[in-house]
Design a protein around this ligand. Sequence first.
Ligand code: AMP
Length: 404
Amino acid sequence: MLIFVLNAGSSSLKFRVFDMSDKSVIAEGGCERIGIDGKLKYKNSKGLKYDERYPMPTHDEAFRRVTELLMTGDTAVIKSFDEIAAVGHRVVHGGYKLVKSELVTEEVIKEIERFTDFAPLHTPSQVRTIRACVNLFGPEKPQVAVFDTAFHQTMPPKAYIYGIPYEYYKKYHIRRYGFHGISHDYVSEHTAELMGRDITSIKMVVCHLGNGSTIAAIDGGKSVDCSTGFGTFDGLMMGTRSGQVDPAALFYLSKREGLSVDDLNELLTKKSGLLGISGISSDDREVENALFNGNERAALARTIQCYQVRRFIGGYSFAMGGLDAIVFTAGLGENSPSLREEVLQGLEAFGIELDLKKNEKTIRGKEGDISTVNSKVKIYVVPTNEELKIASDTIMVAGSHGLL
Ligand code: AMP
């Protein structure tokens, strides 16, 4: 059974076609610079790689071009759209009503659109891609929306209500939502499999550390707290996002520098984090290189990063009343042994012991336990696979409606 997974960003469209009989990928790639000029990368399971520049004024043209490549010429992996059983879409924000993956209907699209202001960069392109897909494939083709916020909807009010007048929660739904939920869902399930234990008995802290980062406290398979909030820049310092900042500092900055709300948004989302502190790059590899070459600001950025991750792990294990596993995932979590070591060093008294050799070796897509045999708290690296989670949910939801 073939499942087509689409992940639209503000100016990008990533795609993957899975053969779910063995979970293999038969075609994948992405469009970038949509709305600017348009670049496309494509590869298929026959070993063909293809790059092109192609005009993509909107996500409609990008989506149509991807479907052409899937069906025609050397790049083709299918003969007709009939071979695709269903389509899964990543949707960043589901608001407060869309709390699980949903079959796409006009009602669901309207509900996603109602929360456009909560994720203004992503929602318009995601809705546009869903609509382009309905137009091309027809309304009979099952489509499923999988939400990044949904996994965190199990958080209790004590974790998601902010200390501002309650009326704003009632009136505008201002609360912590939390992000990277598709990744946390996949990674926590897979960690339980690696541990050979029923997920309902495990307390874990999953550290999704990439260009964007969210740490989640997952108790019995359910998210009970997470570091991202109403928007995607709370919690940890990220590539270009600030992480938590005292609002008083922003009021002060606004007055001193005459910054508007939009200026502050730009500052906190595009100029802060690793880039802002190191002054070098938002890419951790470049900051890590500078750090190994003795750059002090790069070292400061790395130290702050590690300290914040450690603080969340500590806080969440107390909040859950225990900890069975710490899990690292996403670009940085999966690939930086030096970061993992700095985060966890000196925690033996808490039953957390990293095996330095296993830590060094577990990179570039490898998964596994990187703790010592004596470590009471197990430490894992688990490469995330959000697309596979979207494909699995697509089958589950479309199947539950009798559409597959
Ligand atoms: P993601 O958003 O999950 O794709 O992660 C991107 C981040 O992971 C970037 O900051 C990358 O520099 C970082 N990353 C990827 N590979 C490595 C690596 N080998 N060492 C350190 N950081 C890495």
